[in-house]
Design a binder for this molecule. Structure first.
Ligand SMILES: Nc1ncnc2c1ncn2[C@@H]1O[C@H](COP(=O)(O)OP(=O)(O)OP(=O)(O)O)[C@@H](O)[C@H]1O
Length: 230
């Protein structure tokens, strides 16, 4: 069985007062893997390196058999060609762009108008994520749940190979978190795209992932195979 994720990433972050070394290696056959670990263990650094947003990462990243990085073989796809969707903790929607324009940004560069096929894709996402009434709304007029849906739809717009979710529920209060966790689980089930999800919350792991990778000081301390399909 081709692993969904097969990676070994090494990167060194240096600032005048400290150095952080990431040296993480794991394989996952699960559709959705949770990445856990203490604050500062390197979870966000690992996500950025997978997305091609961390300079000087070495090693390899293979997603469902596609090689995105293999420094030994001179392969290092630029971020756009990696086809990885990212949803950040605060959703990072563009505040001055409407819902529709935020979705278009997932498909074409800022300032470019979507072509017919891209407009069709945006319409499909608007329907799929129940955003019909919000097409012209600005992010500040959306609820937390609506923002989450727009961020997910934008990340999924270019049909990524992998979706990276960096603590997508942590900015929400407890009640909303419970509701949106269930919504997110249902949406992820529907879109059938591999997911690597950073979380501190065991309830997220339970509801959203089938495998768990734990980082400790930049290294993989544990891979929970019990939750992985054989
Ligand atoms: N430019 C840098 N130079 C040196 N160390 C850095 C630099 N940037 C980040 N770090 C360190 O790298 C480590 C990993 O940070 P990272 O944000 O990946 O951790 P994390 O597990 O995502 O943490 P959190 O759960 O708090 O978001 C931290 O110890 C951080 O202080």
């Amino acid at each position: 069985m081709t692993p969904v994720l097969d990676l070994h990433l090494q990167a060194t972050l240096s600032s005048p007062d400290r150095t952080f070394v990431l040296d993480a290696r794991f394989t996952s056959t699960a559709a959705r893997t949770a990445l856990i670990g203490a604050s500062g263990s390197g979870k966000s650094t690992l996500l950025m390196a997978i997305a091609g947003l961390a300079a000087q990462a070495h090693g390899h990243v293979r997603v469902s058999g596609h090689t995105l990085l293999d420094t030994a073989r001179g392969i290092d796809l630029p971020t756009r060609e990696r086809r990885i969707g990212v949803v950040f903790q605060d959703y990072a929607l563009f505040p001055h762009l409407t819902v529709e324009q935020n979705l278009a940004f997932g498909l074409c560069r800022l300032g470019q108008r979507p072509d017919a096929a891209q407009r069709e894709r945006i319409d499909a996402l608007v329907r799929q994520f129940g955003l019909e009434a919000l097409r012209a709304a600005l992010p500040r007029h959306l609820s937390g749940g609506q923002r989450q849906r727009v961020a997910l739809a934008r990340a999924l717009a270019p049909q990524p190979r992998l979706l990276l979710l960096d603590e997508p529920l942590s900015a929400l209060d407890t009640q909303l978190r419970v509701r949106l966790r269930a919504e997110l689980a249902e949406m992820l089930e529907r879109v059938q795209i591999p997911v690597l999800l950073v979380t501190h919350d065991p309830s997220d792991v339970e509801a959203l992932a089938q495998a768990v990778v734990q980082l400790d000081a930049g290294r993989v301390a544990r891979v929970d195979l019990a939750r992985m399909p054989a």
